[in-house]
Design a protein around this ligand. Structure first.
Ligand SMILES: Nc1ncnc2c1ncn2[C@@H]1O[C@H](COP(=O)(O)OP(=O)(O)OP(=O)(O)O)[C@@H](O)[C@H]1O
Length: 336
């Protein structure tokens, strides 16, 4: 393997006297290559944060190999630390300090020229608010200040754990634009999230984790293409006859209240011709393309408990049916 981040066979089990042991990461692999904006996706409790913490040495892995820019992680991270910016645990800022002062202190502490402060404030869109106190910042502005602090040293790799968490749609859009700008400037970005619409809009590559294991990885377009079943949504003037005719033509048809979903249709004209020849007229014919949400739900089984908020996927806390679940409202709520 060769990449900016390489993880092979990572394992981490948390043990406590009271709760017993909890397998957080169960033999996980990840490869992030230079120039990628790589989405790291998984339901709540699937092991994303533990993976990133293990990579950065914030928690000790039980087994596995990890490298960042070719240096063994976390032991040799100091050799490459100047090339990496990471926000894995929400940084706490002094509310009475301004954003500018906060970054100035961090620059001085990190041996970075203070001239970088204005540059990173500009980069994250906080230039006009840099001299306001942090306690007056919105959550989105605090997140951007955190990103600014990670950008001070001009990293080639930025690792962000759930940067859109808790943000409103406008804040999410700002974060998304920021990540795109950074990627445009050649920064490799690894961003974990359970907000799928976000990942699909920002990332070119994706790795999906469920119960501590990788369930798929690759370019977003290829991952989605692998789930394309050549389905079409059909609305017609006589839906019952349409269903019968399409079934008779050998197509897979699923009937819904006001439409049909027809599977295995490489060419949609097959549908309009089959129906038109029998005087059934198509009102709508739309190819159904898989999105990351449907792929994610299929791979992680997370859709089986859609009404239970914030279930974990850690193996020891499954939903009532034994299936992991996620907070679907958080997915669907993001349309920024
Ligand atoms: N310090 C800890 N002690 C005990 N268990 C832990 C600890 N940290 C994480 N876990 C457990 O490990 C599993 C994976 O958690 P982790 O935080 O890595 O998931 P995640 O994918 O980042 O979830 P989220 O999206 O909710 O942040 C969960 O079951 C969690 O409860």
């Amino acid at each position: 393997m060769s990449g900016v981040i390489e993880i092979e066979g990572l394992r981490k089990t948390f043990r406590s006297v009271r709760k017993g042991h909890r397998v957080a990461v169960a033999g996980f692999d990840l490869l992030v290559e230079a120039g990628q904006v790589h989405g790291f996706l998984g339901p709540n409790g699937s092991g994303k944060t533990t993976t990133l913490r293990a990579l950065l040495g914030l928690v000790r892995a039980d087994a596995g190999q990890m490298r960042v820019f070719g240096a063994d992680a976390p032991q040799s991270l100091p050799q490459v630390a100047h090339r990496v910016g990471a926000i894995v645990e929400s940084p706490q800022f002094f509310g009475n300090f301004t954003g500018h002062r906060t970054l100035r202190l961090l620059a001085l502490a990190g041996g970075v020229p203070v001239s970088r402060v204005d540059e990173v404030l500009e980069q994250v869109g906080l230039r006009d608010r840099g001299h306001d106190r942090v306690k007056g910042y919105s959550l989105g502005m605090k997140q951007r200040l955190a990103v600014a602090s990670a950008l001070l040293k001009g990293p080639e790799l930025l690792i962000l754990d759930e940067p859109a968490n808790g943000l409103d749609p406008a804040g999410i859009r700002e974060m998304r634009d920021l990540m795109r700008t950074l990627a445009g400037n050649g920064v490799t970005v690894l961003v974990s999230s359970h907000i799928l619409a976000e990942i699909q809009l920002i990332c070119d590559h994706v790795t999906i984790i469920s119960r501590g294991r990788r369930v798929t990885a690759g370019p977003v377009t290829e991952v989605l293409a692998g789930f394309d079943r050549n389905e079409c949504l059909v609305r017609a003037d006589d839906l019952i006859r349409a269903e019968q005719l399409l079934q008779a033509a050998g197509l897979t048809v699923t009937a819904h209240a006001d439409h049909l979903v027809v599977g295995g249709v490489p060419d949609p004209t097959l549908i309009s011709r089959t129906l038109g020849e029998q005087d059934v007229w198509v009102r709508e014919l739309t190819p159904v393309r898989p999105d990351l949400e449907s792929v994610f739900l299929e791979l992680t089984g997370a859709g089986q408990q859609p009404t239970l908020p914030r279930q974990t996927d850690g193996g020891s806390a499954p939903g009532p049916s034994g299936a992991p679940s996620i907070d679907l409202d958080e997915f669907r709520g993001v349309q920024a």
